[in-house]
Design a binder for this molecule. Sequence first.
Ligand code: DIR
Ligand code: MN
Ligand code: MN
Ligand code: MN
Length: 332
Amino acid sequence: NQLGLVSVGFSGGQRKPGVEVAPDFLVKAGLLDDLREALGYTLHYDNTIHTYAEDLPKEDPPQLNMRNPLSVSAATKKISSQVYSHAKEGRLTLTLGGDHSIAIGSISGAARAIRERLNRSLNVIWVDAHADINTPETSTSGSIHGMPCAFLTGIANPDPIFSWLKDLMHEGSAIEAKRLVYIGLRDVDIPEKKILRDNNIKAFSMHDIDRWGIGHCVELALEHLAGLDRPDIKGVKGYIYEGLGPTYLSFDVDALDPMWAPSTGTPVRGGLTLREGDFICECVHATGALVGMDLVEVNPIAPGYTADSPGAEATIRAGCSLIRCALGESLL
Ligand code: DIR
Ligand code: MN
Ligand code: MN
Ligand code: MN
């Protein structure tokens, strides 16, 4: 049970200060002791919350409708190699954000290691209120945390800002669009809806979850991914999805309803309960196919909150709970 932890204190993928302090608060809430003592992981951690300050340019004006493009590129390039170093040793990786732009790094690094070690393609389960699949052209905010899925799938051209990403790509993408599955969507921009349709990307919105229940939606999501590698096997035996390949879980805390996770940059009402979020994480853990996880967008000082406010504390506690569930807390 080897776990590689990367703490990322970076907020340049969006406009609200505060997500960069989240790893500090998650750690202070006792997360590391839980991982080591309750869950029995051997932790590989440099005890550093990386800001990549020495890599960031002094001036970073918007380019090609992206805010802080050079900073996000420099930080994610480093994150990618940090996650890769852990994953190439066969460790499960946990990346604590920071905003969701950091997934450009964590997922590209994990995908590279999985391809080199196992010669397999990485599956990604993206749990979020948002699809984060704008291209620089379709984005109305210019915030790169709304674009990671476009860069990872090759739907957005990494050149010239993320040109380093091309070295990690295989046949035009870091991850294949068919291996990306969303859960929890409810605030998807109009051009993003077209991107999802045009690329036939699997998504379970809050509407689907209301209609079919979280249990069935998670089952369908896992069946879809498992079927990509073993189309001959249909159905589920317990939680063993035969043939399910290495799978990455990228969890944006704003997937949860603001009742459970209010202290985040872009809260959207009508989200998952904490229990539904924990359930998704438990199911992914139970497959045995989880190779890495992000927990992003916890912002203890989001507008209207202070770090010691009940809303911020609830959000931090929710983040810790999601991580523990993905790493096996609920096993009996
Ligand atoms: C919006 C909001 N779709 C954008 N995105 C996110 O800025 O592109 N908010 N990710 O958390
Ligand atoms: Mn989001
Ligand atoms: Mn939005
Ligand atoms: Mn997100």
